[in-house]
Write a protein that binds this ligand. Structure first.
Ligand code: DC
Length: 221
């Protein structure tokens, strides 16, 4: 199973890109941010204070795949809440177990898995076959997020740029698994690229990887 790690900050386009790659190569797509969002959402519904780590861990243990299906998980407020919960080391350990379990359950006809998140290449799958780090300027990411929010009819937020900065700051400065490119990641700045250009770029990277490895296997015979 080929593992492709796609990490990056909020609004960089990693979700759209990962879905497109998974579709193109018949890979399974696992959106790891959604797992953090599902936990945050449940905690908010159950009015759990985010300082109550034991209660959060209990919810994390009980998460099931169905919890990821709620469309309201996409709301910016839930993303922000997820980022607050994501600083807790034990929560990350628990959620990483869920992520790895989801991956082990992926079977043929899938030929690979695209995981998108913040720490896939640096922590969750340090030996991923391909690591991509997708980024874009905060202004561009805020514009994209605002447009997505409007199109999907989600509640709009007055200052998306401030929220993007706040989330970047929290995701990048946490002591455990901070957002950063893995040393062996290919960094793609989508500030000046359309999603289709970014997609083409990564399609070439994955296809070349597959071709090289097919060639190496043939030479080994
Ligand atoms: O990718 P996203 O916006 O859905 O993620 C929501 C938050 O979840 C993000 O701000 C930080 C956290 N997260 C994380 O810490 N590690 C991951 N692998 C995925 C998400």
């Amino acid at each position: 199973m080929l593992i492709v790690a796609v990490d990056g900050p909020a609004g960089a386009g990693k979700g759209t890109l990962s879905r497109a790659l998974a579709h193109h190569f018949s890979f399974k797509h696992i959106d790891t941010g959604l797992i953090y969002r599902a936990l945050a959402h449940k905690a908010l519904i159950e009015k759990i204070d985010f300082s109550n780590r034991d209660a959060l861990i209990q919810i994390a243990e009980s998460l099931v795949a169905n919890d990821l299906l709620n469309p309201c998980l996409r709301q910016e407020a839930i993303g922000n809440a997820a980022s607050k919960i994501a600083i807790i080391p034990m929560i990350r350990e628990q959620l990483n177990q869920h992520i790895r379990r989801f991956c082990f359950e992926v079977k043929a006809p899938y030929k690979g898995i695209v995981l998108d998140g913040r720490d896939i290449g640096t922590v969750v799958f340090t030996d991923a076959h391909i690591k991509i780090f997708v980024t874009a300027s905060p202004d561009i990411r805020a514009q994209r997020r605002s447009a997505e929010t409007t199109i999907s009819g989600q509640p709009t937020t007055t200052d998306m740029l401030a929220q993007i900065h706040e989330r970047d700051q929290r995701d990048q400065s946490r002591t455990i698994a901070p957002l950063m490119p893995a040393k062996d990641a290919i960094v793609i700045d989508t500030s000046k690229l359309s999603i289709d250009e970014a997609r083409q770029h990564v399609l070439v990277i994955i296809s070349s990887y597959q071709q090289d490895h097919r060639q190496n296997r043939l030479e080994a015979i």
